[in-house]
Design a binder for this molecule. Structure first.
Ligand SMILES: COc1cc(O)cc(C/C=C(\C)CC/C=C(\C)CC/C=C(\C)CC/C=C(\C)CC/C=C(\C)CC/C=C(\C)CC/C=C(\C)CC/C=C(\C)CC/C=C(\C)CCC=C(C)C)c1O
Ligand SMILES: C[S@@+](CC[C@H](N)C(=O)[O-])C[C@H]1O[C@@H](n2cnc3c(N)ncnc32)[C@H](O)[C@@H]1O
Length: 327
């Protein structure tokens, strides 16, 4: 595996360890195993406290980042086609709905974390461009005395066609970003778009920098979700919005049974047949089941300091869009 050499991965391992030490001490105070020396008890509890989940597997915290990296390195090239096949295109509707909920204003600075192959960023650029163009058309119609040269000039300026809006795609995985950049090139996205390698738990940006932070199908894969939420809060400007699209909890028992059947019996098979990768798609469905419910995740967002936290369940709760504001 080509694990990222950036210090980001090392430093979050570092933080994971110190958090675990803290957790271990807390557990140590509460525990009461007779006959075991204190040092041994603390050591064993520290060890347990550094464990986390990778799907249904229990792994040491410091190993999760590398395992997640391997998954997305392995699926990167087939990622987009897999999503269309597995969801019968429904993931496109969910992503469109995220944009409709966002309703970016002219000049919006968006940070799309775990942005992968750029689906959210491209939708953002389409949205701001089409809204800016209709506004421009209205203005041009109002200015009857402009020459054709002046009109043509207005349409030619690519940067201007976005009304000052920009999107930064940030992802920890080089291969996902590589596919995203190739897609951008092929589909003609250039202006207002930047790609950066970075960890959601330790974002390489200053405080109070972005108007909107999005994370779509990304936060489930992060080792310390609370840390990623705090980072989201830090980099947003006051008044900025946090938006997260993620798998959630199905609220209808019949659909839930069908959903389980489809998830566990069909998805890994599709993963194997289309991407030659059963394990990564087994991880996908397991990680979905491990992710907190709508209400639990709402609380976590509030704990990170966000206000006016709400969510909307889509497709019977298969996914949900969470929103919060930094005040
Ligand atoms: C490695 O990590 C990852 C890799 C990735 O490629 C992607 C992600 C992140 C995910 C996204 C970006 C989103 C796109 C990906 C997905 C939606 C895949 C995950 C899918 C699920 C967890 C299952 C839910 C899927 C859907 C709601 C999409 C619609 C699918 C269907 C309606 C299935 C229809 C298929 C058949 C009828 C084929 C035959 C199936 C069987 C024999 C099995 C039994 C199935 C049924 C009885 C019907 C299936 C019923 C449901 C799925 C429930 C339907 C519920 C409603 C209509 C409300 C990543 O992290
Ligand atoms: C399922 S993909 C989602 C991609 C895209 N947002 C979409 O909706 O199609 C999950 C992405 O999260 C990224 N990721 C996982 N852990 C991360 C972390 N700690 N920091 C940043 N990105 C991460 C993966 O590399 C992958 O590209």
């Amino acid at each position: 595996m080509a694990a990222p050499k950036s210090c980001a991965l090392w430093s979050y391992c570092g933080r994971g360890w110190s958090q675990a030490m803290w957790g271990g001490q807390l557990l140590g105070l509460r525990s009461s195993w007779p006959g075991t020396p204190l040092s041994a008890r603390l050591l064993s509890q520290e060890k347990r406290a550094t464990e986390t989940h990778f799907g249904f597997e229990t792994v040491p915290e410091e190993e999760k980042g590398g395992k997640v990296y391997q998954v997305f390195e392995s699926v990167a090239k087939k990622y987009d086609v897999m999503n269309d096949m597995m969801s019968l295109g429904i993931h496109r509707v969910w992503k469109d709905l995220l944009l409709w909920k966002m309703r970016p204003l002219p000049g919006t600075q968006l940070l799309d974390v775990a942005g992968g192959t750029g689906d959210i960023a491209f939708r953002f650029l389409n949205y701001v461009q089409s809204h800016h163009q209709s506004k421009q058309k209205r203005q041009l119609r109002a200015q009857q005395n402009l020459s054709w040269e002046e009109i043509a000039k207005k349409y030619q300026n690519e940067e201007d066609s976005l009304g000052g809006s920009r999107v930064m795609v940030c992802d920890i995985n080089k291969e996902m970003l590589k596919v995203g950049k190739q897609k951008a090139l092929a589909q003609g996205y250039r202006a207002g778009l930047a790609w950066v390698l970075g960890d959601a738990e330790e974002l390489p940006f200053d405080d109070d920098k972005f108007d909107i932070y999005t994370i779509a199908f990304g936060i489930r894969n992060v080792t310390h979700i609370d840390q990623a939420l705090q980072e989201a809060h830090r980099v947003l400007k006051p008044g900025g919005q946090f938006l997260c699209l993620e798998f959630s909890q199905v609220n209808n028992p019949l659909i839930s049974r069908l959903y389980d059947l489809y998830s566990f019996q069909v998805i890994p098979v599709l993963g194997e047949v289309i991407a030659g990768d059963w394990k990564s798609y087994q991880y996908l469905v397991e990680s979905i089941r491990r992710f907190p419910s709508q209400e639990e995740f709402k609380e976590m967002i509030e704990d990170a300091g966000f206000h006016k936290v709400t969510y909307e369940s889509l497709t019977s709760g298969i996914v949900a869009i969470h929103s919060g504001f930094k005040l």
